[in-house]
Design a protein around this ligand. Sequence first.
Ligand SMILES: [Fe+2]
Length: 310
Amino acid sequence: MPFNIPTIDIGQSFSSDSVYAESQANLLREILIEYGFFSVNNHNIDTKIIKTIELKAKEFFSCSPEQKNLCIGYLESTGSTRFIPGNSHMQNLRIVPDHFFSNNHKLLQYENRRLESVGKTIDDYMLLPKDDIVDGFESATRSYINAMSSVANKLLPLYARALNLEYNYFNNLFTDPYWIFYCKYYPPYSTLENQYGLAEHSDLDFITILPLSSVPGLEILVENSWQPVGYKENSILVFTGDFLHRWSNGLCKAAVHRVTIPETDRYSFPFHYNPNFDVTDESLPSCINENPIVDSPLTLFDFLHKRTLL
Ligand SMILES: [Fe+2]
């Protein structure tokens, strides 16, 4: 039997229907503890936005390497993931927001180092794919980022209540959220044993928001068993990442997932969403107990810096 992904309805806010929103927050708490992932209903995202980014990504990834390299954020993936050694055939188009560059020079050094290793340098501008590579790619990307940000903003009060905090608890902590959008292409390859498009891992972030691809490949670990995620039209998944796991003192399970090598071209657009860089992973007040999982709290900035330098 295919695994049924739990669902949260984000169609009602605390100001429009607080009783219903509260019921969804209670459900979310159970899901965060037991699974660490869910899909959102009534997100109100125009499917055209998702279809357009997919179309533009297809065009982009079919360009020549010379053309693709005109996009500063483009990195052809050379390795796999953190937990399982192996080969990855995934190509990444990595896009980072401009405020990231203007405010956070240490991570900029990190990003610079990655790009310098393939002969690129970053000026302090937003790493959007420019329309001179694929016509309309930049505006498609902006629309997509705005849409995913709106889903994130609807989720924050639900997360706050799910964690037994005031529904507006996170407002001041996400005034300048740090996000990364990836545009990923998984080409079909003949699969060797233990090779994945993206091997087993959990994401580093607070949450990851991911519209489901119609091409199979995503699998989630549920009670030690890998469950393929079946496609549903218009479905958007949300994963708990390591930062939320730490911040909630282990209450929220980080979603372990992987991507198998697909049989046909597969495109994926995860949007990783985090609080402000100076927010620490010291236990949220409602999650404190006598066994803290974090010995020395780190700011989000230091946490990401440390983990991405591994
Ligand atoms: Fe991931």
